[in-house]
Design a binder for this molecule. Structure first.
Ligand code: FES
Ligand code: FES
Length: 266
């Protein structure tokens, strides 16, 4: 950088090449105006050179520090996180969300960050078997609990039945919401077994276990998981199949050619 600066500063009109002199003559820059122009050009060149130096510095800089070694840690707390049956001790800023701890520190990036405000459900994981929005959960509060993420559902190389059902029924398009949808669905199976009530439970007085959820109930209970691709019908079908244990057939059908024609003419 010093070399370039020196070169630009030392460059005056006496060092101009023949071609440069010709250009200056052609555009009518002589004497004082030529010296002023050269001075301004030097300043501009300096900043252009500086920017390319900075850019190449940035490009050449080593990859960012490994997740386990954050450079600055405020309000440090040590947390033993048990995730997918593995215990890891992490030094965390006390304000770290479970979502950030999973993604940034444990590199479990299956759990997705959608809104980061508890509104989309993309970050859903299970904590002690219950669904939780990891973006609204402090990692430090999970000490001593069991966290299960989408990476922990398969066993011995076999997908969880809910994962298989999502594949079978095409319960996704872009797949961004899918880890959250699947974790939510798996936890919902257990909620139904425990007999937990929901907004659409008809009779709160009669508490039953092993609930058989209607389609309406499934939709209500899964309403915290948004799918921007609109794969809802297939998600519900996948859930119903695992919940009932029966083969589920689509409840929709392709339009007939007469119906298509009618729609075209209407
Ligand atoms: S990222 Fe947590 S609810 Fe959207
Ligand atoms: S599959 Fe794309 S957001 Fe749900």
């Amino acid at each position: 950088m010093d070399e370039i600066e020196k070169w630009i500063k030392n460059r005056d009109e006496n060092q101009l090449t023949k071609d440069e002199e010709k250009i200056f003559d052609e555009i009518g820059l002589n004497g004082t105006s030529r010296r002023k122009f050269l001075k301004q050009m030097s300043a501009a060149s300096l900043s252009i050179c500086a920017s390319s130096y900075l850019t190449s510095d940035l490009l050449a800089s080593p990859a960012r520090a490994l997740p386990d070694n954050p450079k600055v840690l405020l309000n440090e707390v040590k947390v033993n996180l048990k995730v997918n049956d593995m215990v890891k001790q992490l030094a965390l800023d006390s304000r770290t969300s479970l979502l950030d701890a999973l993604r940034e520190r444990l590199e479990l990036t299956g759990t997705k960050k959608g809104c980061d405000h508890g509104q989309c459900g993309a970050c859903t994981v299970m904590v002690d078997g219950k669904r939780k929005l990891s973006c609204l959960t402090l990692a430090a509060t999970c000490e001593g609990k069991e966290v299960t993420t989408i990476e922990g559902l398969a066993e011995n190389g076999n997908l969880h039945p809910m994962q298989q059902a999502f594949l079978k029924h095409d319960g996704f398009q872009c797949g961004y919401c899918t880890p959250g949808q699947i974790c939510s669905s798996v936890a919902l199976l257990e909620e139904a077994k425990r007999g937990e009530a929901s907004y659409v439970t008809e009779d709160f007085k009669e508490v039953k276990t092993d609930l058989k959820l209607s389609e309406e109930e499934i939709r209500e209970r899964m309403s915290g998981n948004i799918c921007r691709c609109g794969a809802y019908n297939n998600i519900v079908q996948a859930f119903k199949e695992v919940h009932s244990g029966d083969d589920e057939m689509p409840t929709w059908e392709f339009a007939t050619s007469e119906q298509m024609e009618k729609a075209k003419n209407s």
